[in-house]
Design a protein around this ligand. Sequence first.
Ligand code: SF4
Length: 217
Amino acid sequence: MKRPAVPPPARRMPILLGRLKEAYPDAACALVHQNPYQLLVATILSAQCTDARVNLVTPGLFGKYPDAARLARARQPDVERLIQSTGFFRNKAKNLAAMARSVVADHGGEIPRTMEALKALPGVGRKTANVVLGNAFGINEGVTVDTHVSRLSRLLRLTRHTDPVKIEKDLMELVPREDWTLVSHLLILHGRAVCIARRPKCGACVLADLCPSAKPN
Ligand code: SF4
């Protein structure tokens, strides 16, 4: 039997959001951090790496380099050794040092709190800036689009795009601004727990009746 067509994204989004909030009431940033500096460093390290792995590495790194000023003066091989297990460690160490030097030179050692200033830091793109603004400063400037957010947004037909910037724009139109940071956490958690890549558990999914990609299982 043919499935009835689901309503358009704008009608589904409030319901999807409500169900996800109910399913993941503790949704929050998975990168352990105490301040904007730590979150920025952790986010840079999280490229091509799991949050769990980053969380194993950051206590040692923050113990040795507790702020941007200290990191700016670090010897690259020392940083590389501490972050080695996160992968691409030479590049990441270089980016961390350049970012820290720029924070010291241009912002008095404090992590800036605007999209423009964050994006101007070496190794920081819109995605990283969104993570820091939303989670360290509580500023909903955009939606963080990672691989889960991108995949689920397409499966749920909240977007037809593959370009993260375009996906972000679509989500910003559908989701109330106060939930821009949260929606990303919710989709990531759902992508890890239920809507797993290549083996989504549609039969156990709270969004199944509103998901155009739902499969019987
Ligand atoms: S119904 Fe299936 S494809 Fe749709 S969001 Fe849920 S798990 Fe993913």
